[in-house]
Design a protein around this ligand. Structure first.
Ligand SMILES: NC(=O)c1ccc[n+]([C@@H]2O[C@H](COP(=O)([O-])OP(=O)(O)OC[C@H]3O[C@@H](n4cnc5c(N)ncnc54)[C@H](OP(=O)(O)O)[C@@H]3O)[C@@H](O)[C@H]2O)c1
Length: 335
């Protein structure tokens, strides 16, 4: 089968389209004919080797973290799916493999696609949608009436985060450039700050929960506009010890490393009276079913910025790497 394969860590030349053997079905697996796959910043970060401290699969390795497709075989222990089902999934991180004509996924990571989505839109949901849901619902405990600040609202995660925070009943302020303003407003953002024209820390408003999708100076500015005692969850800055303990299976050596690299951020957060948490989202068919229901009820829209044929996946990844996507980027397979 055709697949987009990482041969060594590096720039765009490190990955290429090639023929590889089809994946082997395990008892709890679904074998899926992939019809569309979503792209995410983690794909180029992984290709560059930025995740090597956490994930070290044997190379060559088929890239790709989320997909939508049709089940063409099921393992002997599979309970919830049948051949012919239309499914979507954020695949297991150590397995990846979504950028290929066929992929094997654990049934716990998959959910049935909402009937009102095509494969292209469905492939855009899992990774970014689950990240937003897990951060806002589980980590930030967003409730009606809370004022939530989301940095970077116009990208893949942001377009889901704005809508999920609104669904949870929050008042939402987000940052976007002029290029993204109309989009984030259309998704329900109550207030939009043009980050190219205004420093976030000049705001007089104070927020109950912060979700950071940008990192760097933006995160530091966010600490200054949160109410004391509140929490900021980032998925774009640096991991901290809880990331290793709660998201990466309690690896002690990693917790120590993360303690060291996040020392500066945690000190600045502590001085502002804020709790800092870096979340690594986790695959979850159960959470994906929550998103599927919201989509089916018309409460969650999927924003696909661009779609490319699978043969142009390198161009698609270049576009994601530009950092300018408005919503999601997807590759599609024929038919
Ligand atoms: N830890 C995890 O589990 C996890 C999961 C998902 C994502 N992430 C990370 O979260 C980050 C966001 O992911 P994504 O998929 O949303 O990325 P993305 O789709 O590539 O984000 C692109 C968007 O970000 C906007 N943007 C760029 N710089 C900005 C800034 N300084 N302030 C506000 N907006 C800015 C751009 O708008 P303009 O072009 O208009 O500037 C563009 O619309 C990435 O670093 C990704 O790796 C982590």
């Amino acid at each position: 089968m055709r697949a987009y394969v990482l041969r060594h860590y590096g720039g765009p030349e490190a990955a290429q389209l090639m023929d590889v053997a089809a994946p082997t079905l395990r008892p709890r697996d679904l074998l899926v004919e992939v019809r569309a796959a979503g792209l995410n910043p983690v794909d180029f970060k992984f290709r560059r080797g930025m995740l090597r401290v956490i994930l070290r699969p044997k190379l060559p390795f088929v890239l790709g973290n989320e997909l939508a497709g049709e089940v063409i075989a099921v393992g002997s222990d599979v309970k919830r799916f049948r051949v012919g089902d239309r499914v979507f999934a954020r695949v297991a991180k150590e397995r990846a493999g979504a950028f290929a004509e066929q992929a094997c996924i654990d049934e716990d990571d998959a959910a049935h696609m909402p009937p009102n989505l095509d494969f292209t839109a469905a492939a855009a949901v899992p990774l970014a949608g689950l990240t937003a849901l897990q951060a806002l619902r589980d980590e930030l405990d967003v409730k009606p009436g809370l004022k939530v600040f989301i940095s970077g609202g116009a990208g893949g995660v942001g377009t889901f985060a704005i809508q999920i925070a609104k669904w949870l009943g929050a008042h939402v302020t987000t940052t976007a450039s002029k290029r993204g303003e109309a989009l984030v407003r259309s998704l329900g953002a109550d207030e939009v700050i043009d980050y190219t024209a205004q420093n976030i820390s000049d705001r007089e408003d104070r927020y109950h929960a912060g979700f950071d999708l940008v990192g760097g100076k933006t995160l530091d500015q966010m600490f200054k506009i949160m109410k004391p005692g509140t929490k900021v969850v980032s998925v774009a800055a640096l991991p901290e010890p809880q990331t290793a303990i709660r998201d990466l299976g309690g690896r002690r050596a990693l917790a120590a490393l993360f303690w060291l690299i996040s020392y500066g951020i945690r000190s600045r957060a502590r001085r502002a009276g804020i709790r800092y948490r870096y979340l690594f989202m986790h695959p979850s068919g159960r959470d994906l079913a929550v998103l599927a229901e919201l989509i089916e009820q018309g409460k969650l829209k999927v924003i696909v910025d661009k779609k490319y044929p699978f043969g142009e996946i390198a161009e698609a990844l270049d576009y994601v790497e530009s950092g300018r996507a408005k919503g999601k980027v997807v590759v599609t397979f024929t038919p």
